[in-house]
Design a protein around this ligand. Structure first.
Ligand SMILES: Nc1ncnc2c1ncn2[C@@H]1O[C@H](COP(=O)(O)OP(=O)(O)OP(=O)(O)O)[C@@H](O)[C@H]1O
Length: 266
């Protein structure tokens, strides 16, 4: 008997209805994340990655299957989860300072003022934004704003952190820095991370596993173990022969997915 999964998704299905049309986005998704794992999800455009994440975050009603966070069924936004979205511009409150943005979920958690201040300071320090605590989000670059969103998630101390293409809107150099930041924070905090990206290189660089999704209606095409050394480095890791092999493998799977290939019996 294995320990309770941090996140368990079993037979998840989601069909959108409305305006007389039905879209079967997700047919049958089953996977689990053990405590402290960092797992990436890739799949063709429209495969249902965002749908999956929104169901897991309790933001979207499912039409079938079960989702458990630390053994508890997810029926609405769960207390132990934090989400970082691609659109940092819309997820931060422009009228609040960086410090207040990071603090907000801690207020909802009912922490004392002193506790909140300590956690906000530590989180801003961990993303290198201590000096920007009193700035407003619109005074910061896109990459800095996304670091605020990460600090807010980290300060909340979630058991599972969901990230939906969080770096898609920042430049390549900033993206590399943010990838390393996520790996560092993940290793230090031991948080379980589910990271959705359309970037194959990013998925292989970040993940301990990469779940490759089929095209719609979605199932898991393959669960790829990323057996790269734990210490990752933008130059050394990305130029390693094993990285190239894994990237080619995942790339090949995505091509198959686009052609409609599905695992047997799906
Ligand atoms: N509110 C909705 N109503 C109807 N269909 C929807 C809705 N939201 C998403 N869909 C459909 O569900 C499918 C999956 O969409 P989703 O956004 O989850 O895919 P994705 O893998 O995140 O795509 P991308 O990689 O392009 O961001 C698509 O066919 C999409 O058109």
């Amino acid at each position: 008997m294995t320990a309770t999964a941090a996140l368990e998704v079993a037979g998840l299905a989601k069909t959108y209805t409305g305006h007389g049309a039905e879209v079967e986005a997700v047919r049958d998704l089953t996977f689990r994340l053990d405590k402290g794992e960092l797992v990436c999800i890739v799949g063709p455009s429209g495969a249902g990655k965002t749908t999956l994440l929104r169901c897991v975050a309790g933001l979207l009603e499912t039409t079938g299957g079960r989702i458990h966070l630390d053994g508890t069924p997810v029926t609405g936004p769960p207390a132990g989860m934090a989400v970082v979205f691609q659109e940092y511009g819309r997820s931060l409150f422009p009228w609040l300072t960086v410090r207040r943005n990071v603090e907000l979920p801690l207020k909802q958690k009912g922490l004392s003022r002193a506790d909140r201040a300590a956690k906000v300071d530590a989180a801003l320090e961990s993303v290198g934004l201590r000096d920007s605590a009193d700035a407003h989000p619109w005074q910061l670059s896109g990459g800095m704003q996304q670091r605020v969103a990460i600090a807010r998630a980290v300060a909340y101390e979630p058991s599972v952190l969901l990230m939906d293409e969080p770096f898609a809107a920042v430049d390549a150099q900033t993206r590399a820095d943010l990838e390393d930041l996520v790996r560092r924070l993940w290793r230090r905090l031991g948080v379980t991370v589910l990271f959705v990206t359309h970037d194959i290189d990013e998925a292989v660089y970040l993940g301990e596993r990469v779940l490759v999704l089929s095209n719609r209606p979605t199932v898991v095409l393959e669960d790829v173990r990323i057996d790269l050394p734990d210490d990752r480095d933008q130059l050394a890791t990305r130029s390693a022969p094993r990285f190239a092999e894994l990237r080619s493998h995942v790339y090949g799977l995505i091509q198959l997915a686009k052609q409609g290939h599905r695992p047997d019996a799906a």
